[in-house]
Design a protein around this ligand. Sequence first.
Ligand code: PMP
Length: 443
Amino acid sequence: MSNYPDPRSKSARLHERAKAVLPGGNTRSSIFLSPYPIYAQSGQGCRVTDVDGVERIDFLNNYTTLIHGHAHPAIEEAVLRQLRRGASFAHPTESEIELAELLCSRVRSFEQVRFTNSGTEAVMQAIKAARAFTGRTKIAKCEGCYHGTYDWSEVSLDTAPDNWGEEPASQVHARGAPPSVAEEVVVIPYNDIERAESILDRHAGELAAVIVDPLPQRAGLIAASDAFLTRLRSFTKGRNILLILDEVIAFRLGFHGAQSALGVEPDLTTLGKIIGGGLPVGALAGTRRIMDMFDPSSGRAPVPHAGTFNANPLTMAGGLTAMRMLTQEAFERLNTLGERVRRELRRALNTAGINGMVTGMGSLFMIHLDESPQGGYRAIQISRARDKAFGWLFQYLLNHGIIINAQGMGSLSTVMTESDVDRLPETLLAGLRAMPKELLSPA
Ligand code: PMP
């Protein structure tokens, strides 16, 4: 039990200190929490202890990254071994070849890999490669979907009912972004292939790529439909537009990635999170012909891509160990736990008489207190705007030993047992029972 928010807590005091030297006390928008964030002290297995000594089960895993939980002994050993030999060099190391070989051996569409330090950079480089390869400049993305903080991939990230119009609008996200950015990004509705195709059709000759996250959190963690992916694939292929699948999160769906689980073969894939074993990472992978855009061996690469920490050996060592531990059997066990948590969460909602839903796939889940059968970004935004209960519930979970994100999304780790996993639905049910009823009445 904890008592968040508590102005006397060490976290609250740290936040006061942070506000002097970090804007809003924050250096990562996605984990901003009002009135203050909970500062971590340490993590072990699936548990995190905060600076006030409160222990919680971690169902967020640094936004799905820590697929083997915290401080896994094998990863710790591999990273420390490398650290003793040197943290980074102006030389490549064998480890980058090994991790690239592992990734290419698992996913059919991966012929070559390029490492970056974040998913944002992976998406940015994928878009640049697509432009260089096709000789076109526009990209298309799904309304509201997140692909990191590159101006182009941020377009239309938070369109809302008062400005989203009949057709998805192209709006720059960060203040000051050039309006030309919006002109270069075509926005399509997620999982609505008829409308998506008709929009894409109008820009087909100018498009370098369409980027899609096949399981976007901001559209409710509902997987892209078979029809959406299949028709998008044939539409793009027929017009020499590249299909970029953003698997920064979705790569954890299985041994061969989300593309195999969902039956689509993209030209380029962006990766991050799990492939770094908990260290900063990103990567893009695809066919040799496209990845050639980064090849500097005949002078200047069409897309020069430097980066002091690209494929740094600490990340490569941690990532390689994490990925090797993710065998077919490890994925099977983890995804079975994922089915269990989604089933039990649904049961908790039912038992409490809430007409909500639980979405997700593999080892990912998202709890919704409002049923949005249509899914999609707009339905989820409308439902969230109406939902006064989730904030209360999020705080209840925090105060009862559970970490998920403030939108109800979470993920499992391989170090969790069934009884660890069951703590979430049990605590959810207790929270729903304790929740003031007026919070649930529709606005
Ligand atoms: N793409 C997707 C689908 C993501 O979920 C994220 C981050 N959560 C990114 C890209 C950006 O990755 P990073 O935070 O490593 O820059």
